[in-house]
Design a protein around this ligand. Structure first.
Ligand SMILES: [Zn+2]
Length: 115
């Protein structure tokens, strides 16, 4: 499962981070997931529960912020939202564009710690 390996690398990342900053009891892990990242947020949540069992993050929760797909249209000189994920073109002038502004994110934004 693709999502499980992603989750494992996130756990690695926050493990290093929480040790460096001496954080305990991480309650919420805020994650940004672009709709064009190829990652299914639901599968990610499911994988999170599995992967955290028996780790210091067992009681933590994953909070996923979905980032919409935005492309840059060179003709209009504007950032646009394409009509669909499978049609990367400008909705105004219909010019195809491969310049993705947002939508590919997959990153830990912040950690919330129990007070
Ligand atoms: Zn355009």
């Amino acid at each position: 499962m693709h999502e499980l390996s992603i989750v494992l690398s996130i756990i690695d990342e926050i493990g290093v981070e929480s040790e460096a900053r001496d954080l305990r009891d991480i309650e919420v892990v805020h994650l940004k997931v672009g709709v064009f990242s190829g990652v299914d947020p639901n599968a990610l949540l499911f994988a999170w529960e599995l992967a955290c069992e028996g780790t210091p993050f067992e009681r933590s929760r994953l909070d996923i912020e979905t980032v919409p797909l935005v492309i840059h249209c060179a003709i209009c000189g504007q950032d646009r939202t394409p009509p669909s994920l499978y049609q990367l073109c400008c909705p105004e002038c219909e010019t195809p564009s491969e310049t993705i502004v947002t939508g590919r994110e997959l990153e830990v934004v912040s950690l919330e710690v129990t007070a």
